[in-house]
Design a protein around this ligand. Structure first.
Ligand SMILES: *Cc1c(COP(=O)(O)O)cnc(C)c1O
Length: 388
């Protein structure tokens, strides 16, 4: 069997249509979109069309989309853009404990530059309780940032309910939808949000391109200072091929959304049920039902996540433990610790994330091959012998 890729939450392959659509913008239509001549105008038209496609896929208007260099920049832009513009109104920002590092580290940075940051806890499934949000709002609160769905455990937050609480007090609400786009329907008005982050490479577009939805009227400072691109909100010559590629990807993903959700859910549930049944002392992390259709995250007790990954890799199966950003560090994931897992269990976690090219026979192969790997590793584990 070919290699099996079950790490779609880390990144996805660019679709052939995406690559084909991008190529002309490297080679023939390479003009600078700010130029008056036809080369420039072709590039500008391509950007406009891509902006329309992305806006349409989330129920926004084209002028509410700003292109960025990725999910990280979109998150940083949302937080810093609002924070620095609305300082005279207040200096209080609220995030959740299980945000991506792109939000958490940015909030920490703001915390060192005159802002007060409150970090909301989550329950054992990774859900933020709207009552907790109500309790921490003050008249100095200017921004709430809570992710749509978590990248590690797949938990979906009650965004509409949370945003309503912020909105009633006139507080901006940002959501990081990098993981949910392409796996959940997204409509910015129904979700009631002011700012939303996207990243091209998480939905079959290229790497190094992202978008930030900024609801009309939201008060922000620009993120990059320089030329007047992106209506003075983000300077720098546009990444035209990247923007074109992300636009095509958004359109394809949006068109196939319902089918893809159904297909992924069936495969995900087959995987989850078989692993929980066939491997003793294993738990599913995240919410049993309010979870991304492509996410399975397990804690397999008595063994290290890293050793499972290495053994799976030898069979050509690519998974992850925690997120790609924290893999390689010895600290257990902040998400798993936040849902209350003790350190030793948080270390034994395995995330398998599915996507467009995942086939049932690949899931069957994992179901067949994971239990013997776990058995072998546990047989070598001193803690397993002692405790069992
Ligand atoms: C991947 C990811 C990001 C960062 O996106 P980049 O485009 O890689 O910078 C931010 N938030 C979440 C939830 C992610 O999964």
């Amino acid at each position: 069997m070919d290699r099996i890729y079950l790490d779609y939450a880390a990144t996805t392959p660019a679709l052939p249509e995406v690559i084909a659509g991008m190529l002309p913008y490297f080679k023939d239509n390479y003009g600078n979109p700010s130029s008056i001549h036809s080369f420039g105008q072709e590039a500008k038209a391509a950007i406009d069309s891509s902006r329309e496609k992305i806006a349409k896929s989330i129920g926004a208007k084209a002028e509410e989309i700003v292109f960025t260099s990725g999910g990280t920049e979109s998150d940083n832009f949302a937080l810093e853009g609002v924070a620095f513009k609305n300082q005279e109104k207040g200096n209080h920002i609220i995030v959740s404990k299980i945000e991506h590092h792109a939000v958490l580290e940015c909030a920490e940075f703001l915390g060192k530059h005159g802002f007060e940051v409150t970090t909301l806890p989550v329950d054992r499934f990774g859900v933020v309780n709207p009552e907790d949000l109500k309790k921490v709002l003050t008249d100095k609160t200017i921004l709430v940032s809570i992710m749509h769905a978590n990248n590690e455990i797949g938990t979906i937050q009650p965004i509409a309910e949370l945003s309503k609480i912020a909105k009633e007090k006139g507080i901006y609400f940002h959501t990081d939808a990098v993981q949910s786009f392409g796996h959940l329907p997204i409509n910015v008005d129904k979700l009631g949000i002011d700012l939303l982050s996207l990243s091209g490479h998480k939905f079959y577009g290229p790497k190094g391109i992202g978008a930030l939805y900024i609801k009309k009227g939201t008060r922000m400072v620009p993120f990059l200072h320089g030329g007047g691109q992106e209506r003075n909100r983000r300077a720098s010559t546009e990444n035209v091929p990247g923007i074109v590629g992300m636009g095509i990807a958004s359109e394809i993903v949006h068109l196939n959304l319902t089918d893809e959700i159904n297909r992924e859910t069936v495969l995900r549930d087959k995987l989850i049920n078989a692993i929980l049944k066939n491997i003793p002392d294993t738990i599913l992390n995240g919410h049993p039902t309010e979870r991304l259709p492509n996410n399975a995250n397990f804690s397999i007790k008595y063994i290290e996540g890293e050793s499972i990954l290495l053994n799976l890799d030898m069979l050509g199966i690519a998974g992850s433990s925690g997120s790609a950003c924290t893999s390689g560090s010895l600290d257990p994931s902040h998400v798993l610790l936040s849902i209350g897992l003790p350190h030793e269990i948080a270390h034994g976690s395995l995330r398998l994330t599915l996507g467009r090219f995942t086939e049932e026979k690949e899931i069957d192969y994992v179901i067949e091959n994971l239990p013997p790997i776990v058995e072998k590793l546990r047989a070598m584990s001193p803690i397993y012998k002692k405790e069992s």
